[in-house]
Write a protein that binds this ligand. Structure first.
Ligand SMILES: NC(=O)c1ccc[n+]([C@@H]2O[C@H](COP(=O)([O-])OP(=O)(O)OC[C@H]3O[C@@H](n4cnc5c(N)ncnc54)[C@H](OP(=O)(O)O)[C@@H]3O)[C@@H](O)[C@H]2O)c1
Length: 337
């Protein structure tokens, strides 16, 4: 293993430039290759970002011997397949969320990881930000008193025609796209899997949820509630509520790397104190953390067990909402205001 990790990207789409920047800022690796299904798109992305190698197929990139880590930035239905293929080709994997669409797919990734000795990590970038790490510390060290509930929100207006997020067979829907964030945070704070979940959704005619609300109850009684959506302007917020105090995060999942430090407040009644957290590029923090896993043998912040629990919980929520919707009134028109 070279000391400087040689990174590659599968899928030069909308999120990929964030990782170009993050890997570019890393002191422990560099971006060496990109692959697209199309030669021209790969070459254009490589030229724009100064990447040495461009491949016109994902498999061709995986066969290149001189690459160490593959960042998988493909639509959701391709995550498991290409994670397994990359691991089988002897590459470490950082794969976008959701890592997979079924628990069985996560198990296949875990098996390929064990067999190859390569690491696979789901790209929940927000879990690497000091803001969320501090919030989790405060929620679990007794500062809030007895934990009662978490309330989380993440939505945006989906305005890209033909977006994979709006395609059911591509793992679309707001639950899988953005609902996965508050679900993962509630599970991370609980350190347990929910024993009960319930979901309700507005599905479009093809069965993709455009708005989702979900509830989780954990074995210790702790509750979480969230909503996610594609049909309302940008909203994100988390409250973690205890018997003595509440934590409020105004940008829990997508704090700006170049803007002011994110707002983390600890409130007792109406009296709130701001907790100082730095403004950092959480994608860079993610790259640094996975580099330490690969190069130093550090434990991953997002383990495959954690991802397995998240995928399982999302499946249960999805099923609950579909059962509730069966026989109910006509579906909402996609993106109908
Ligand atoms: N962590 C985050 O902050 C964050 C933010 C946004 C998205 N994401 C996740 O990142 C992944 C990619 O999201 P994105 O917004 O970058 O996606 P995107 O731009 O829609 O697609 C990414 C790339 O996937 C490739 N692709 C392969 N098969 C495809 C198909 N059948 N249809 C369309 N594209 C296909 C395309 O590249 P080629 O055709 O050139 O190969 C495309 O450029 C998703 O899983 C999403 O959940 C994460």
């Amino acid at each position: 293993m070279s000391k400087s990790l040689r990174w590659a990207i599968l899928g030069p789409g909308r999120i990929a430039p964030r990782l170009v920047r993050a890997i570019g800022a890393s002191t422990r690796g560099h971006l060496a290759a990109v692959a697209s299904r199309d030669d021209g798109r790969a070459a254009a992305f490589a030229a724009t970002h100064g990447i040495a190698q461009a491949f016109g197929s994902y498999q061709a990139l995986l066969q290149a011997p001189d690459l160490d880590v593959v960042y998988i930035a493909l639509p959701n239905h391709l995550h498991a397949e290409w994670s397994v293929r990359a691991l089988q080709a002897g590459k470490h994997v950082l794969c976008e969320k959701p890592l997979a669409l079924t628990v069985e797919q996560v198990d296949a990734i875990a098996a390929a990881s064990r067999q190859s000795g390569c690491v696979a990590v789901e790209a929940f970038m927000y879990l690497h930000h000091p803001q969320i790490r501090r919030a989790i510390e405060l929620a679990t060290d007794g500062t809030l008193g007895r934990l009662e509930l978490m309330v989380g929100t993440f939505s945006f207006y989906l305005a890209h025609p033909g977006d994979p997020r709006a395609e059911r067979e591509m793992g679309g829907g707001s639950l899988w796209d953005v609902g996965c964030y508050p679900v993962s945070l509630a599970r991370r704070i609980a350190g347990l899997e929910p024993d009960t979940v319930a979901g309700l959704a507005r599905f479009d005619a093809s069965g993709v949820d455009r708005t989702f609300i979900g509830q989780l109850r954990f074995p210790d009684g702790w509750l979480a509630q969230f909503d996610s959506g594609f049909a309302a302007p940008d909203r994100e917020r988390v409250e973690i509520v205890g018997s003595d105090a509440t934590i409020i995060l105004d940008a829990p999942f997508l704090p700006e790397p170049d803007g002011p430090a994110p707002s983390l407040r600890l409130c007792r009644g109406r009296e709130c104190q701001t907790i100082d957290v730095p403004s950092v590029d959480q994608y860079r923090a993610e790259v640094d953390d996975i580099s330490a896993v690969i190069l130093d043998g550090a434990s991953p912040r997002v383990s495959l067990d954690f991802s397995r629990g998240n995928v399982g919980t999302l499946m249960r929520l999805d099923q609950s909402a579909r059962q509730a919707a069966a026989g109910s009134s006509a579906p909402a028109t996609w993106l109908d205001r």
